[in-house]
Design a protein around this ligand. Structure first.
Ligand code: DAH
Length: 343
């Protein structure tokens, strides 16, 4: 085959393969296979060696022209493909900085947590310390030490979840009273927020799982008047308006005398409405003067000291504050309900 024929063959093969090259990487490969040390153009050098003296300059020029032609094709294609590739990459990475940011969904506090925190804040501002008692407790702290005798019918008031004969899920936060008395000497001014459990039929007004804030104060000469003043102050701060209260005698084994506290209906101000069932009053919590037997169980001398105590239902207060008419809403995890509450 003559040199001319070889050159034509290489040129055609090159142009064909160039047409098929679609990436800068493929161009690099083409360059190696045509212009590399073992490439097709280099192999033409053999012809140069075999050529006569006169043929040599012409052959040299022809081979060189082919090299230049291929080089120029490769450079053009490489430039074009690199630009295409760069443009595509930029398009893929395109960010519209004028778009509005993505919305983040923040968690919220549960309405019970919100109400409990509010109650704690008010009591702490009045000088009460916070103690947390155990949810699983012994019969002694939940009943015995609180003057519930073993066979006392008052235990029927509390439908208890027992774990063993002696261990139970606390039925009220009053279980913290004797624990605190054992650890501290009067004056004691303390609140105990937490969970409570009772084996009750679930309805719109009662649940097996609920929250209380226990509060008590023990010192010399603590009186009923102190209790009234503290509760009135607490309620007015919690509801952020003057709250009128009414106290009715009631029975709890751990207080003597014991009572229940009502507030004048926050909706109708005593006129009578659906919330207060026409009575004008809302029952909010139990309270009383700590029974001498309870002080004794906590190692405190009832001759020297006296104290008051109250147990406040958190669900009850949250329902009043937000006008919720079914306690079950708090445990149903309905986002439409939960999203309505914020700090
Ligand atoms: N522990 C009572 C209950 O859960 C509430 C209570 C009533 C607490 C009177 C008190 C109190 O401290 O004095 O029903």
């Amino acid at each position: 085959m003559t040199l001319n024929a070889k050159i034509t063959e290489i040129r055609e093969k090159f142009l064909q393969e160039l047409k098929l090259a679609k990436t800068s990487r493929q161009i690099e490969i083409l360059k190696i296979s045509f212009l590399g040390k073992k490439g097709s153009v280099q192999s033409l050098m053999q012809n140069l060696k075999d050529a006569t003296q006169e043929q040599r300059p012409l052959f040299g020029k022809q081979i060189n022209d082919l090299k230049l032609e291929i080089t120029s094709h490769l450079e053009n294609s490489l430039k074009r493909l690199l630009l295409e590739e760069e443009t595509k990459k930029l398009e893929n990475e395109y960010i519209d900085v004028t778009l509005p940011g993505r919305k983040h969904f923040w968690g919220r506090y549960h309405p019970i947590t919100l109400t409990m925190n509010k109650m704690i804040d008010v009591f702490v501002s009045m000088g009460f310390a916070v103690e947390i008692g155990p949810d699983v407790d012994s019969d002694f702290y939940n009943f015995e030490g609180l003057n519930f005798a073993k066979d006392h019918p008052s235990r029927d008031m509390q439908d208890t979840f027992f774990i063993t004969d002696d261990l139970l899920l606390r039925t009220h936060t009053s279980n913290v009273q004797v624990r605190v008395m054992e650890r501290f000497k009067p004056p004691i001014r303390c609140i105990a927020p937490g969970k409570c459990f009772r084996n009750e039929t679930i309805s719109s007004r009662s649940h097996v799982f609920f929250h209380q804030v226990e509060m008590f104060y023990i010192d010399e000469n603590v009186s009923f008047a102190d209790l009234f003043a503290t509760l009135n102050e607490f309620l007015s701060k919690l509801f952020k308006k003057q709250i009128e209260t009414r106290f009715r005698p009631s029975y709890f084994p751990f207080v003597e005398p014991g009572m229940e506290c009502d507030i004048k209906c926050i909706i109708c101000s005593g006129q009578g409405c659906r919330l207060c069932k026409g009575t004008g009053w809302l029952e909010v919590f139990g309270a009383g003067m700590i029974h001498p037997n309870v002080l004794k169980a906590g190692g405190i001398d009832p001759e020297k000291y006296s104290g008051y105590a109250a147990g406040l239902g958190v669900e009850r207060l949250a329902m009043l504050i937000h006008q919720i008419n079914d306690i079950r809403m708090f445990t149903e995890n309905d986002m439409r309900f939960l999203q309505q509450f914020s700090l």
